[in-house]
Write a protein that binds this ligand. Structure first.
Ligand code: TYD
Ligand code: MG
Length: 469
């Protein structure tokens, strides 16, 4: 390996220093510096590394050209459908030609599976699968599992960036998968494969290839325990699109979110199921994340949240037990602990339950994370149901934000939530009183539904636990 200068690089933002620092002066991250070795050829340090993709594609002697934005001729962005409904939906119709996409997620979540399924939609001469992680036999086994045993897919098992680049430039596929970016290393850099410097160099290299040749490139990337993409954040700045694969280990459902997209909105979510024949798109997601139709048991409430533009139903489960000595336990899964603590304070004030005497555990089932406030009322309903050891009497979907004074506040797009819930078989709803005018049409058009309007926390609890409904 070539000898080079030792530098320290921040794994969060790519900032470089000559000595180790506990805290990055550029992005403020703690303990993020790792040792890395620069290219021996020092001339390339600034031109070659930072701007390597520019300096190689443009002749350095060229005069810089300033364009007039209004005179630039554009062609319609060319999108190619991947044949995978939910992925196309997240991408806004398909992959944009010549774009660079980073597909991130935990090991085993399904990145390689999705990547192979994408290539299935294209003719063999248009694709290239580059694998640095798995052997050809392993990939063949996956292809057989996916029902692609007769599909011809050119495969390159290599980890050297120079080899991959050479193959891409020779074959000129329309779409290429690099699985994974962390395994690719450049022979020019003395640092180890997977190091910050290597990942950045490879990322830059693929960006240069994608923009220079129009090859659409998808790179997979592992996520660290903290949930960030391993390697420098700089990779996220560099690429056009960052797709994150999420899901629980023991649940077959996977969510695909665009954390960044230069060609489309980022609020759409793709929902997949991992089956024994690969990832299947799920169109009807409404009732999916309910464990089943929840029984009448204490500590459970059903609510709806928006995932992208789609409402889905979720179950909130709560368990409350008498607290021992010391600070009572507040455990959450799938919701913000600080939000729970606020809600408990409101509930204590409004219902008189002594929350400080209780250890409280709250889970959202199905591996979903609740971010907004529309499930506040359902969370408190589940908790109070557990405290009283009494199931909710009213078999309803509960929606509403709980304000600090105990008032029940509105939820956006409430009619959509209810329509989706009706589709999944629900007939009763507890919603904020402020939604009454917006739901008039819904109530008129849909038979057999009953909507209860509430404006205050204790009133809502009386309704949910009363035998009269
Ligand atoms: P994989 O795509 O290898 O994940 P990643 O590339 O993100 O590490 O997926 C691995 C998991 O998916 C593995 O646990 C087996 C499971 N799987 C299925 O359940 N069905 C399938 O058809 C395939 C190909 C994988
Ligand atoms: Mg993989």
């Amino acid at each position: 390996m070539a000898k080079g200068k030792v530098v320290y690089v921040c794994s969060e933002c790519g900032h470089e220093t000559s000595g180790w620092l506990g805290r990055c002066p550029a992005c403020g991250a703690w303990n993020s510096f790792s040792r890395s070795i620069e290219k021996a050829d020092n001339k390339s340090l600034n031109q070659g590394r930072r701007g390597s993709w520019l300096s190689e594609s443009n002749d350095c002697s060229d005069q810089p050209v300033v364009h007039d934005l209004s005179k630039i001729i554009t062609t319609e962005t060319i999108r190619e459908s991947t044949g995978i409904y939910e992925l196309d939906r997240v991408l806004g119709g398909g992959l944009v030609q010549g774009s660079l996409t980073l597909l991130g997620g935990y090991p085993g979540i399904g990145k390689s599976t999705l990547a192979l399924q994408i290539l299935n939609a294209f003719p063999a001469e248009d694709v290239l699968y580059v694998s640095g992680e798995e052997s050809a036999e392993q990939l063949r086994m996956r292809a057989i599992r996916l029902g692609m045993e007769h599909k011809s897919i050119p495969l390159l098992t290599a980890t050297s960036f120079q080899q991959v680049e050479k193959t891409l430039l020779e074959r000129r596929p329309r779409i290429a998968v690099i699985d994974s970016i962390q395994t690719v290393y450049s022979d020019d850099l003395p640092s180890a494969p997977g190091s910050v410097a290597q990942v950045r160099e490879a990322g830059m290299g693929f960006l240069r290839i994608a923009k220079g040749t129009g090859i659409t490139i998808i790179m997979t990337g592992h996520v660290t325990k903290e949930g960030t993409l391993a390697g420098p954040r700089i990779l996220e700045h560099m690429v056009d699109t960052v797709l994150n694969f999420e899901g629980e280990k023991d649940s077959p459902f996977r969510l695909l979110r665009a954390a960044k997209n230069r060609f489309y909105a980022t609020d759409e979510v793709g929902i997949f199921e991992m089956t024994e024949k690969g990832l299947k798109s799920i169109h009807q997601a409404a009732g999916l994340f309910l464990s089943s139709m929840p029984e009448h048991v204490p500590g459970s409430a059903v609510t709806a949240i928006l995932e992208g533009s789609r409402p889905i139903l979720i179950e909130v489960q709560a368990l409350t037990v008498a607290s021992g000595y010391g600070t009572p336990v507040r455990m959450t899964q799938g919701l913000d602990r600080a939000r729970l603590i606020t809600l408990l304070a409101v509930a204590e004030k409004k219902t008189g339950i002594d929350m400080s005497a209780l250890d409280i555990y709250v889970n959202v089932t199905g591996g979903i994370r609740v971010n907004g406030t529309s499930s506040d009322l359902a969370i408190l309903a589940a908790i109070i149901s557990s405290v009283r050891d009494k199931p909710l009497h009213l078999d309803a979907v509960v929606l509403g934000e709980v304000g600090l004074t105990g008032e029940i506040r509105g939820v956006s797009r409430i009619a959509d939530h209810l329509t989706e819930a009706v589709r999944a078989g629900w007939k009763r709803f507890v919603v904020p009183a402020s939604a009454q005018s917006r739901l008039r049409r819904f109530e008129k058009e849909i038979q057999d539904v009953r909507v209860y309007y509430v404006s205050e926390l204790s009133e809502s609890m009386d309704l949910l636990f009363s035998d009269e409904n």
